[in-house]
Design a protein around this ligand. Structure first.
Ligand code: TMP
Ligand code: ASP
Length: 238
């Protein structure tokens, strides 16, 4: 597959055209950002680890019948995906209370929720990804009622699958963010990435944070935490 021109550069990835108009090449960057890019750093090896982790998780979800954009990983930092138009709604699922949920609503940290909470945020760097209601997404044509129903159903299934996957690695899936897109035929596909940049992972026995919160909160050893997630995934042997 020949790499064409760069189509888009985001905070963590670059997207390139390929010789197939339906396929894009994603190159994972070493940049880390938080708080809507007010905090930034470069971390050698981060792009590689997120590419490896995200590829493995998407392969697992593909195998379980989740419709995704992922085609294949081609090397340490790059993967091929189906070209989609991203729906500008970020879907956050929470199993345990922490982060902005606690800050916004004043609820206690670390509560195990009796069932998962699914929230929608408008994907807008300018506005700092504000929390929105389903009705906002429908009224302003960011998505449709039918699409949001499907998105919620797929999201809850992904939560169940990933929770089970990480439980076996002694990791608690606290919360995570998903993005969805539509391919040229209008198929709804899980897109973007699933990595320690977009999930919160806590070690089951120590409670140690194994994700981007180490960067957000200046806890140190950010890359070590990402490496630990990758080591546990490879120990699973699939
Ligand atoms: P939050 O508690 O900061 O709202 O984050 C909830 C989850 O969503 C957490 O796993 C981190 C992830 N997330 C992203 O992937 N991108 C973002 O821009 C934000 C704000 C959160
Ligand atoms: N991803 C967002 C940013 O880069 C926010 C975050 O994950 O904390 O600013």
């Amino acid at each position: 597959m020949k790499t064409g021109s760069m189509l888009y550069e985001g905070k963590a990835k670059k997207m390139y055209a390929t010789d197939d108009p339906a396929v894009l090449l994603v190159d994972y960057k070493n940049s880390l950002t938080a708080f809507n890019a007010q905090k930034k750093a470069e971390m050698e090896g981060k792009g590689r680890l997120n590419n490896l982790i995200s590829s493995r998780l998407f392969e697992y979800l593909n195998k379980k019948g989740i419709p995704t954009h992922f085609i294949e990983r081609i090397d340490e930092t790059r993967q091929l995906v189906k070209k989609v138009e991203i729906i500008p709604v970020e879907v956050v699922t929470r199993n345990i209370t922490t982060g902005t949920l606690c800050r916004r609503l004043g609820v206690e940290e670390g509560m195990v929720l009796p069932h998962p909470l699914v929230e929608y945020y408008l994907k807008s760097d300018e506005l700092g990804d504000p929390l929105i209601l389903e009705d906002h997404a429908i009224l302003f044509n960011w998505s449709t009622k039918e699409e949001l129903e499907k998105i919620r159903e797929i999201t809850l299934r992904v939560n169940q699958l990933l929770k089970e996957y990480f439980e076996k690695l002694d990791v608690i899936l606290v919360d995570f963010k998903l993005e969805f897109g539509k391919d040229h035929e209008g198929n709804l596909l899980l897109s973007d990435e699933i990595s320690p940049d977009t999930c919160r992972f806590w070690d089951r026995s120590s409670g140690e944070k194994l994700d981007k919160d180490r960067f957000r909160k200046d806890l140190g050893n950010v890359l070590g935490a990402y490496q630990e997630i990758w080591s546990r995934i490879t120990s699973r042997g699939e």
